[in-house]
Design a protein around this ligand. Structure first.
Ligand SMILES: *Cc1c(COP(=O)(O)O)cnc(C)c1O
Length: 432
């Protein structure tokens, strides 16, 4: 075996493979078409013809609804604002609690706080990284109004089980599907199981338009509320003489330009997913050769979108630190991430319970909180974050079969050299 790059040998790859521009002629032409029309956004914040936006915005909404199998699509300018809108659509507010995992983008939980409700964090399953349905009932209170399920890394959560529990306890289910467009359970699309499902068109996601978000729902009333929240709904509700609807809106409108790009990207989704899945399958097979690395297991009946490829690193088998493994992989030309997102409840904002000012609201709306965000409340998440999780971002364009083989060669090099790395760590020659 050749010498590790970290210890002065030649790397498997001289250079890490760069990010790729997935914008093609289709997107460019679509943008030019909008530019030529001069209508860059056709929204008007009054309950008139333009309340629902222009042609491209309407087209992308129909396309998403059609593609994934939902009745209504509502476009917004990010998945973050989609989440805020979804929570608000469910009339969740002060005094309410919403269940969510702490192993997700901060926006998933912030959407709850931005509605003045309070997140209650639920642990994940170690083999799927998604919300453990078995942990739901322990955190329920009379104030629990909803559960937000993040379909993390591209794998749908255990939605069949979660929906059963939600029905039993009268909870809304919102799916944060920013990372799993096109993933399925028994043929049904992720993002369409819950009352509302949100998608992202942010630059880092499987498909993108720079920024953008889509909400899907089958519920007419929720769709209406989303449309109001997106576009200054307090004015529109007044225009409509709607006394029933309690709503505070904002400007979360998608531009015609972003819609035009998103439409072309959505057409490419299936192609991207075919590549992601082929590379991921190759990687999963290859990782079986390493006892101290656990690749992805896709549950029976599920498909994965492989937004990223999560791997569990077993320190007891490797005998080196995860950070040493990561440094060695990086030196070979294959940087990997470590730990993903810090468990959200450990962020200072939750630890200090200071969100808007010094008052401790919205936490102070809850007289006897069921949870105090102390370390240890979600041990599986903490273990993944602190010790086990390694993230490979190699299952996407422009990677090919050969790149995955090289990735596995790099892993093998590090594996073969683990005793040497152990000594290296011990002698403190290695500074992280
Ligand atoms: C990226 C992401 C978001 C936010 O998406 P934006 O479109 O960037 O606002 C929310 N949730 C998850 C799980 C994400 O990965």
């Amino acid at each position: 075996m050749s010498k590790l790059a970290l210890l002065g040998g030649a790397p498997v790859r001289e250079k890490a493979i760069p990010w790729t521009n997935t914008m093609g002629e289709e997107e460019k032409n679509a943008v030019v078409e909008v530019m030529d029309s001069g209508i860059l956004s056709a929204f008007l914040g009054r309950a008139r013809e333009q309340f629902l936006g222009g042609p491209k915005v309407k087209e992308i909404e129909l396309m998403f609804a059609d593609k994934f199998g939902a009745k209504y699509g509502i476009s917004v300018n990010s998945a973050t604002t989609a989440l805020h809108t979804a929570v608000a659509a469910c009339e969740i507010g002060p005094g309410d609690e919403v269940l969510v995992t702490p192993y997700t983008m901060s926006a998933t939980a912030s959407a709850i706080l931005m509605n003045n409700a309070v997140p209650v964090f639920v642990d994940i399953c170690a083999d799927t990284y998604t919300l453990n349905p078995g942990e739901i009932e322990k955190w329920l209170t009379p104030r629990t109004k909803a559960v937000i399920v993040t379909n993390l890394f591209g794998l749908p959560g255990n939605l069949p089980e979660i929906l059963k529990l939600a029905k039993k306890h009268g909870l809304y289910v919102i799916e944060d599907n920013a990372q799993a467009p096109g993933a399925t359970i028994n043929g049904k699309q992720a993002g369409t199981f819950g009352d509302l499902g949100i998608f992202s068109l942010n630059y880092h996601k499987v498909i993108h338009s720079g920024e953008g978000g889509i909400i899907l729902t089958n519920n007419e009333k929720l769709a209406y509320r989303c449309q109001l929240i997106r576009n200054h709904g307090e004015v529109a509700a007044d225009d409509l003489n709607d006394d029933e609807t309690v709503v505070l809106g904002s400007n979360y409108r998608m531009t015609e330009l972003h819609a035009a790009i998103g439409i072309e990207q959505l057409k490419k989704l299936d192609g991207f997913l075919t590549l992601r899945r082929a590379l991921a399958d190759q990687l999963t097979k290859g990782l079986h050769n390493f006892p101290g690395l656990k690749g992805v297991t896709v549950p029976e009946g599920y498909t994965h979108s492989y937004y990223v490829y999560p791997i569990q690193f077993e320190k007891s088998i490797w005998r080196i630190k995860r950070s040493t493994f990561a440094a060695a992989m990086k030196a070979e030309g294959f940087p990997v991430g470590e730990g993903y997102q810090k468990p959200l409840y450990l962020l200072k904002m939750y630890q200090h319970k200071k969100v808007y000012n010094q008052t401790q609201y919205p936490f102070a709306f809850i007289e006897k909180p069921v949870q105090h965000y102390q370390k240890g409340i979600c041990p599986v998440v903490e273990e993944m974050y602190e010790e086990k999780l390694v993230i490979a971002d190699v299952c996407r364009v422009p990677y090919c079969e050969e790149d995955i083989s090289d990735f596995l060669t790099a892993v093998d090099k590090v594996w073969q050299a683990r005793e040497e790395l152990y000594e290296y760590e011990k002698n403190s020659l290695y500074r992280s």
